[in-house]
Design a protein around this ligand. Structure first.
Ligand code: GLV
Ligand code: GLV
Length: 323
Protein backbone atom coordinates (compact mmCIF):
# COMPACT_ATOMS: atom_id res chain seq x y z
CA UNK A 1 0.00 0.00 0.00
CA UNK A 2 1.43 3.35 -1.05
CA UNK A 3 0.52 6.94 -0.33
CA UNK A 4 -0.45 8.94 -3.40
CA UNK A 5 -0.89 12.71 -3.64
CA UNK A 6 -3.35 14.28 -6.10
CA UNK A 7 -2.65 18.00 -6.52
CA UNK A 8 -6.26 19.06 -7.14
CA UNK A 9 -9.75 17.62 -7.32
CA UNK A 10 -10.24 15.61 -10.52
CA UNK A 11 -13.06 13.24 -11.58
CA UNK A 12 -13.65 10.63 -8.85
CA UNK A 13 -12.90 7.67 -11.08
CA UNK A 14 -9.15 8.35 -10.77
CA UNK A 15 -8.82 8.43 -6.97
CA UNK A 16 -11.36 5.59 -6.68
CA UNK A 17 -9.31 3.34 -8.90
CA UNK A 18 -6.23 3.98 -6.76
CA UNK A 19 -8.14 3.40 -3.51
CA UNK A 20 -9.76 0.22 -4.86
CA UNK A 21 -6.26 -1.20 -5.24
CA UNK A 22 -5.62 -0.51 -1.56
CA UNK A 23 -3.56 2.66 -1.87
CA UNK A 24 -4.06 5.71 0.29
CA UNK A 25 -4.99 8.79 -1.71
CA UNK A 26 -4.69 12.36 -0.48
CA UNK A 27 -6.36 14.95 -2.69
CA UNK A 28 -5.32 18.57 -2.15
CA UNK A 29 -8.14 20.37 -0.39
CA UNK A 30 -7.42 23.73 -1.97
CA UNK A 31 -9.55 24.30 -5.02
CA UNK A 32 -6.90 26.23 -6.87
CA UNK A 33 -3.43 25.72 -8.26
CA UNK A 34 -0.90 25.10 -5.48
CA UNK A 35 1.93 27.61 -5.35
CA UNK A 36 5.45 26.22 -5.47
CA UNK A 37 5.73 26.59 -1.69
CA UNK A 38 2.40 24.86 -1.10
CA UNK A 39 3.30 22.03 -3.44
CA UNK A 40 6.70 21.52 -1.82
CA UNK A 41 5.09 21.60 1.64
CA UNK A 42 2.32 19.19 0.63
CA UNK A 43 4.78 16.71 -0.86
CA UNK A 44 6.96 16.85 2.22
CA UNK A 45 4.02 16.19 4.56
CA UNK A 46 3.95 12.42 4.01
CA UNK A 47 6.10 9.70 2.42
CA UNK A 48 4.32 9.78 -0.94
CA UNK A 49 5.35 7.29 -3.61
CA UNK A 50 3.32 8.69 -6.49
CA UNK A 51 1.83 12.03 -7.52
CA UNK A 52 -1.03 12.76 -9.87
CA UNK A 53 -0.35 16.31 -11.06
CA UNK A 54 -1.92 18.82 -13.44
CA UNK A 55 -0.63 20.92 -16.33
CA UNK A 56 -0.84 23.93 -14.01
CA UNK A 57 1.71 22.39 -11.59
CA UNK A 58 5.28 23.30 -12.41
CA UNK A 59 7.31 20.20 -11.64
CA UNK A 60 10.95 21.30 -11.50
CA UNK A 61 13.99 19.97 -9.68
CA UNK A 62 13.04 21.71 -6.43
CA UNK A 63 9.64 20.00 -6.42
CA UNK A 64 11.20 16.66 -7.32
CA UNK A 65 13.69 17.08 -4.47
CA UNK A 66 10.83 17.66 -2.04
CA UNK A 67 9.44 14.21 -2.82
CA UNK A 68 12.42 11.84 -2.74
CA UNK A 69 10.34 8.63 -2.51
CA UNK A 70 8.06 9.51 -5.43
CA UNK A 71 8.57 7.14 -8.36
CA UNK A 72 6.11 8.72 -10.77
CA UNK A 73 4.50 12.06 -11.54
CA UNK A 74 1.45 11.15 -13.61
CA UNK A 75 0.47 14.30 -15.50
CA UNK A 76 -3.27 14.70 -16.00
CA UNK A 77 -2.83 16.14 -19.52
CA UNK A 78 -1.64 15.31 -22.98
CA UNK A 79 0.95 18.08 -22.84
CA UNK A 80 3.83 17.90 -20.34
CA UNK A 81 5.72 21.15 -20.86
CA UNK A 82 5.05 21.88 -17.15
CA UNK A 83 7.55 19.18 -16.20
CA UNK A 84 11.35 19.36 -16.30
CA UNK A 85 11.93 16.02 -18.01
CA UNK A 86 15.72 16.16 -17.70
CA UNK A 87 15.53 16.76 -13.96
CA UNK A 88 13.05 13.88 -13.58
CA UNK A 89 15.28 11.60 -15.60
CA UNK A 90 18.32 12.54 -13.55
CA UNK A 91 16.43 11.57 -10.39
CA UNK A 92 15.02 8.39 -11.91
CA UNK A 93 11.44 9.62 -11.66
CA UNK A 94 8.99 8.46 -14.33
CA UNK A 95 6.65 10.89 -16.11
CA UNK A 96 3.44 9.88 -17.86
CA UNK A 97 0.71 11.76 -19.73
CA UNK A 98 -2.88 10.99 -20.79
CA UNK A 99 -3.13 10.80 -24.59
CA UNK A 100 -6.54 9.11 -24.52
CA UNK A 101 -8.40 8.51 -27.76
CA UNK A 102 -11.19 10.60 -26.30
CA UNK A 103 -8.79 13.51 -25.65
CA UNK A 104 -7.91 13.70 -29.32
CA UNK A 105 -11.59 13.69 -30.17
CA UNK A 106 -12.53 16.40 -27.66
CA UNK A 107 -9.67 18.71 -28.59
CA UNK A 108 -10.34 18.23 -32.32
CA UNK A 109 -14.01 19.05 -31.73
CA UNK A 110 -13.08 22.19 -29.82
CA UNK A 111 -10.65 23.28 -32.54
CA UNK A 112 -13.46 22.84 -35.07
CA UNK A 113 -15.87 24.75 -32.85
CA UNK A 114 -13.43 27.69 -32.69
CA UNK A 115 -12.80 27.48 -36.41
CA UNK A 116 -16.51 27.71 -37.16
CA UNK A 117 -17.17 30.32 -34.45
CA UNK A 118 -14.48 32.65 -35.78
CA UNK A 119 -14.99 31.79 -39.45
CA UNK A 120 -18.75 32.44 -39.31
CA UNK A 121 -18.41 35.29 -36.75
CA UNK A 122 -20.81 33.57 -34.36
CA UNK A 123 -19.74 35.37 -31.19
CA UNK A 124 -19.73 38.80 -32.82
CA UNK A 125 -23.16 38.12 -34.27
CA UNK A 126 -24.46 36.94 -30.91
CA UNK A 127 -23.25 40.17 -29.31
CA UNK A 128 -24.87 42.17 -32.10
CA UNK A 129 -28.25 40.60 -31.35
CA UNK A 130 -27.86 40.94 -27.57
CA UNK A 131 -26.94 44.61 -27.99
CA UNK A 132 -30.25 45.24 -29.74
CA UNK A 133 -28.75 46.05 -33.15
CA UNK A 134 -30.78 43.47 -35.07
CA UNK A 135 -33.38 45.40 -37.07
CA UNK A 136 -34.47 42.62 -39.43
CA UNK A 137 -33.02 40.42 -42.13
CA UNK A 138 -30.36 42.20 -44.10
CA UNK A 139 -28.83 40.71 -47.25
CA UNK A 140 -25.40 42.17 -46.39
CA UNK A 141 -25.27 41.33 -42.69
CA UNK A 142 -22.27 39.31 -41.38
CA UNK A 143 -21.23 37.82 -44.70
CA UNK A 144 -18.44 35.25 -44.32
CA UNK A 145 -16.89 32.53 -46.47
CA UNK A 146 -18.16 28.94 -46.42
CA UNK A 147 -15.85 26.34 -44.93
CA UNK A 148 -16.59 23.82 -47.65
CA UNK A 149 -13.80 23.62 -50.23
CA UNK A 150 -11.53 25.97 -48.28
CA UNK A 151 -8.07 24.91 -47.16
CA UNK A 152 -7.33 23.92 -43.58
CA UNK A 153 -3.65 23.89 -42.63
CA UNK A 154 -2.76 21.70 -39.69
CA UNK A 155 0.55 22.24 -37.94
CA UNK A 156 1.37 19.12 -35.95
CA UNK A 157 -0.40 16.03 -37.24
CA UNK A 158 -0.25 13.72 -34.23
CA UNK A 159 -3.37 12.19 -32.75
CA UNK A 160 -5.26 15.45 -32.31
CA UNK A 161 -4.24 17.02 -35.62
CA UNK A 162 -5.19 13.81 -37.42
CA UNK A 163 -8.59 13.70 -35.80
CA UNK A 164 -9.22 17.30 -36.85
CA UNK A 165 -8.08 16.48 -40.39
CA UNK A 166 -10.62 13.65 -40.49
CA UNK A 167 -13.55 15.83 -39.39
CA UNK A 168 -12.59 18.77 -41.60
CA UNK A 169 -12.06 16.62 -44.68
CA UNK A 170 -15.01 14.29 -44.24
CA UNK A 171 -17.48 16.55 -42.43
CA UNK A 172 -16.81 19.93 -44.01
CA UNK A 173 -15.21 18.68 -47.24
CA UNK A 174 -12.30 21.03 -46.68
CA UNK A 175 -8.96 20.58 -48.42
CA UNK A 176 -6.48 19.65 -45.73
CA UNK A 177 -2.74 20.29 -45.80
CA UNK A 178 -0.31 19.75 -42.93
CA UNK A 179 3.21 20.15 -41.73
CA UNK A 180 4.89 18.10 -39.04
CA UNK A 181 8.49 17.24 -38.27
CA UNK A 182 7.42 13.65 -38.90
CA UNK A 183 5.46 12.73 -41.96
CA UNK A 184 2.18 11.00 -41.11
CA UNK A 185 1.87 8.25 -43.73
CA UNK A 186 -1.31 6.85 -42.30
CA UNK A 187 -3.02 10.22 -42.49
CA UNK A 188 -1.95 10.70 -46.11
CA UNK A 189 -3.06 7.18 -47.00
CA UNK A 190 -6.48 7.27 -45.33
CA UNK A 191 -7.48 10.85 -46.15
CA UNK A 192 -6.66 13.06 -49.07
CA UNK A 193 -4.33 15.20 -46.98
CA UNK A 194 -1.27 16.88 -48.44
CA UNK A 195 2.08 17.22 -46.68
CA UNK A 196 3.86 20.59 -46.88
CA UNK A 197 7.60 20.75 -46.28
CA UNK A 198 7.49 23.84 -44.06
CA UNK A 199 5.33 25.79 -41.63
CA UNK A 200 5.65 28.73 -44.03
CA UNK A 201 4.11 26.77 -46.90
CA UNK A 202 1.09 25.91 -44.73
CA UNK A 203 0.62 29.50 -43.58
CA UNK A 204 0.79 30.83 -47.14
CA UNK A 205 -1.72 28.36 -48.56
CA UNK A 206 -4.30 27.91 -45.80
CA UNK A 207 -7.56 29.75 -45.16
CA UNK A 208 -7.74 28.22 -41.68
CA UNK A 209 -4.74 27.21 -39.59
CA UNK A 210 -4.92 25.02 -36.50
CA UNK A 211 -1.97 24.31 -34.18
CA UNK A 212 -1.43 20.86 -32.64
CA UNK A 213 2.19 20.75 -31.56
CA UNK A 214 3.73 20.04 -28.18
CA UNK A 215 5.35 23.02 -26.49
CA UNK A 216 9.14 22.78 -26.29
CA UNK A 217 12.07 25.01 -27.25
CA UNK A 218 11.51 24.24 -30.94
CA UNK A 219 7.85 25.31 -30.91
CA UNK A 220 7.97 28.33 -28.57
CA UNK A 221 6.85 31.29 -30.74
CA UNK A 222 6.57 28.94 -33.72
CA UNK A 223 3.98 31.46 -34.91
CA UNK A 224 5.99 34.66 -34.65
CA UNK A 225 5.66 38.07 -36.27
CA UNK A 226 7.35 37.04 -39.52
CA UNK A 227 5.20 33.95 -39.91
CA UNK A 228 1.99 35.81 -39.04
CA UNK A 229 2.79 38.12 -41.94
CA UNK A 230 2.57 35.14 -44.30
CA UNK A 231 -1.08 34.43 -43.53
CA UNK A 232 -3.76 35.34 -46.04
CA UNK A 233 -5.88 38.35 -45.02
CA UNK A 234 -8.91 36.03 -44.85
CA UNK A 235 -7.14 33.48 -42.65
CA UNK A 236 -8.40 32.25 -39.30
CA UNK A 237 -5.85 30.99 -36.76
CA UNK A 238 -6.88 28.50 -34.07
CA UNK A 239 -4.78 27.43 -31.08
CA UNK A 240 -5.78 24.61 -28.76
CA UNK A 241 -2.21 23.45 -28.06
CA UNK A 242 -0.18 25.67 -25.72
CA UNK A 243 -0.21 29.47 -25.53
CA UNK A 244 3.51 30.16 -25.98
CA UNK A 245 3.42 28.50 -29.42
CA UNK A 246 2.14 31.91 -30.61
CA UNK A 247 3.82 35.26 -29.96
CA UNK A 248 0.58 36.67 -28.57
CA UNK A 249 1.62 40.35 -28.70
CA UNK A 250 2.53 39.91 -32.37
CA UNK A 251 -0.84 38.24 -32.94
CA UNK A 252 -2.68 41.21 -31.42
CA UNK A 253 -0.78 43.55 -33.76
CA UNK A 254 -1.52 41.34 -36.77
CA UNK A 255 -5.22 41.18 -35.90
CA UNK A 256 -5.38 44.95 -35.42
CA UNK A 257 -3.72 45.47 -38.78
CA UNK A 258 -6.14 42.98 -40.31
CA UNK A 259 -3.33 40.80 -41.61
CA UNK A 260 -5.63 37.88 -40.79
CA UNK A 261 -9.39 37.67 -40.35
CA UNK A 262 -9.53 36.33 -36.84
CA UNK A 263 -8.31 33.93 -34.20
CA UNK A 264 -9.80 31.31 -31.90
CA UNK A 265 -7.74 30.70 -28.79
CA UNK A 266 -8.22 28.17 -26.02
CA UNK A 267 -4.73 28.72 -24.60
CA UNK A 268 -2.72 31.86 -23.86
CA UNK A 269 0.93 32.74 -23.70
CA UNK A 270 0.76 33.98 -20.10
CA UNK A 271 -2.22 31.93 -18.98
CA UNK A 272 -4.52 32.84 -17.31
CA UNK A 273 -3.53 36.43 -18.23
CA UNK A 274 -4.18 37.84 -21.68
CA UNK A 275 -1.78 40.20 -23.43
CA UNK A 276 -3.05 43.80 -23.57
CA UNK A 277 -5.51 44.44 -26.36
CA UNK A 278 -6.47 40.84 -27.05
CA UNK A 279 -9.82 40.85 -25.25
CA UNK A 280 -10.85 44.12 -26.94
CA UNK A 281 -10.62 42.68 -30.45
CA UNK A 282 -13.97 41.75 -32.00
CA UNK A 283 -12.56 39.09 -34.32
CA UNK A 284 -11.28 36.71 -31.67
CA UNK A 285 -13.06 33.97 -29.76
CA UNK A 286 -11.47 33.12 -26.42
CA UNK A 287 -12.15 30.03 -24.29
CA UNK A 288 -10.53 29.15 -20.92
CA UNK A 289 -8.40 26.08 -21.80
CA UNK A 290 -11.40 23.77 -22.06
CA UNK A 291 -10.65 21.85 -25.26
CA UNK A 292 -10.44 18.55 -23.41
CA UNK A 293 -13.27 19.40 -21.00
CA UNK A 294 -15.83 16.77 -21.95
CA UNK A 295 -17.20 14.23 -19.49
CA UNK A 296 -15.80 11.33 -21.48
CA UNK A 297 -12.33 12.76 -21.81
CA UNK A 298 -11.89 14.02 -18.28
CA UNK A 299 -13.00 10.64 -16.91
CA UNK A 300 -10.66 8.82 -19.29
CA UNK A 301 -7.79 11.14 -18.32
CA UNK A 302 -8.38 10.48 -14.61
CA UNK A 303 -8.51 6.72 -15.23
CA UNK A 304 -5.43 6.78 -17.43
CA UNK A 305 -3.36 8.80 -14.96
CA UNK A 306 -4.40 6.41 -12.16
CA UNK A 307 -3.52 3.36 -14.28
CA UNK A 308 -0.09 4.80 -15.01
CA UNK A 309 0.48 5.17 -11.26
CA UNK A 310 -0.79 1.65 -10.54
CA UNK A 311 1.56 0.19 -13.15
CA UNK A 312 4.60 1.92 -11.66
CA UNK A 313 3.67 0.97 -8.08
CA UNK A 314 3.33 -2.64 -9.27
CA UNK A 315 6.82 -2.49 -10.78
CA UNK A 316 5.56 -2.44 -14.38
CA UNK A 317 6.19 -0.04 -17.23
CA UNK A 318 3.29 2.44 -17.51
CA UNK A 319 1.46 2.67 -20.83
CA UNK A 320 1.97 6.39 -21.32
CA UNK A 321 5.58 6.94 -20.42
CA UNK A 322 6.87 10.29 -21.69
CA UNK A 323 10.36 10.06 -23.08
C1 GLV B 1 -4.56 19.96 -22.04
O1 GLV B 1 -4.18 21.04 -22.39
C2 GLV B 1 -3.78 18.78 -22.15
O2 GLV B 1 -2.58 18.85 -22.46
O3 GLV B 1 -4.35 17.69 -21.93
C1 GLV C 1 -1.29 14.56 -29.05
O1 GLV C 1 -1.11 13.61 -28.34
C2 GLV C 1 -0.83 14.68 -30.41
O2 GLV C 1 0.22 14.07 -30.70
O3 GLV C 1 -1.48 15.36 -31.20
Amino acid sequence: MAKIFVTRKIPEVGPELLQATGHEVVVSEKDNVLTKEELVAALGAAPYEAVLCLLTDKIDDEVLAAAPRVKIFANYAVGYDNIDLDAAKARGVLITNTPAVSTSQSVAEHALALLVAVGRRIVEADQFVRDGHYRGWDPMLFITPDLVGRTLGIIGAGRIGSRLAFHAARGFEMKVIYHDIRRNDELERTLDVKFETSVEAVLQAADYVSLHVNLDQSTRHLINRERLALLKPNAVLVNTSRGPVIDEAALVDALREKRLAGAGLDVFEFEPKLVPGLAALPNVVLTPHIASATEETRNDMAKMAAENILAVLAGQTPSNLVK
